[in-house]
Write a protein that binds this ligand. Sequence first.
Ligand SMILES: NC(=O)c1ccc[n+]([C@@H]2O[C@H](COP(=O)([O-])OP(=O)(O)OC[C@H]3O[C@@H](n4cnc5c(N)ncnc54)[C@H](OP(=O)(O)O)[C@@H]3O)[C@@H](O)[C@H]2O)c1
Length: 218
Amino acid sequence: MRIGVLGAGRMTEALVPGWVSAGHDVLIGGRGLGKTADLAGRVGARAGTLRDAAEFGDTVLVAVLLDGLHGTLRAAGAPDGTLAGKTVIDCGNAVDIADFSQVTFAGGRSMAEEIARLSPGAHVVKAFNQAHADVWRMRPVALDGRPLTVPIAGAEEGKPAARTLITDLGAEPLDTGDLTQARHLEAMAIIVIRLLLSGADPLSVFDFSTPDRRTSRR
Ligand SMILES: NC(=O)c1ccc[n+]([C@@H]2O[C@H](COP(=O)([O-])OP(=O)(O)OC[C@H]3O[C@@H](n4cnc5c(N)ncnc54)[C@H](OP(=O)(O)O)[C@@H]3O)[C@@H](O)[C@H]2O)c1
């Protein structure tokens, strides 16, 4: 798969190595070419502009902070159709860092739906937003030998690529429905973020095993 990545931050650094190891060709696009090239060099990818990444990928990961979302999509040419016909995976969390509350767009739309609105023809899928970057760095992405379950929501056309990228990391996809379900996945992530801010271990946030299982592991 040819993967374009919009954003050269922590999520990109955590996710891309597993995809490179699986044999995918990755081009990372960032707003600062020096930082982007450094990161790309560390993870075995190529570097370019945001538009380069949008044009390169048949699958495109959007991995930017909420504040940069609109500017990034504009710089990538999304409103001009650079993402048309492509799978676009949104790992973002629409969170107001002033108080860690959820941010929604007009009509209650999620960040993923906002990406779809601004990217005509793109097949947008929400994925990877539930877990901290430290979790995505694990190889495989598993807890106590159990593959992490990764909820996805979005366009049917985009789900095969999303499933592949999840299983390539050693995790398992869980289809939660169409893109409207991204509203729930984004709300869920706010709970996760608040737990992490309270000092919880990133891995424990996803341990939904029974008390018996937890006790037996101690
Ligand atoms: N980190 C996590 O544990 C985690 C987990 C799940 C989901 N997420 C979500 O994944 C997305 C990426 O997170 P991250 O941790 O990778 O973020 P990050 O490292 O802080 O930055 C990601 C990218 O966003 C760009 N960016 C930041 N502010 C911008 C602005 N105002 N205008 C344009 N670009 C801007 C950065 O550009 P520069 O490098 O040029 O600043 C960088 O390329 C976010 O939506 C986040 O909520 C993060």
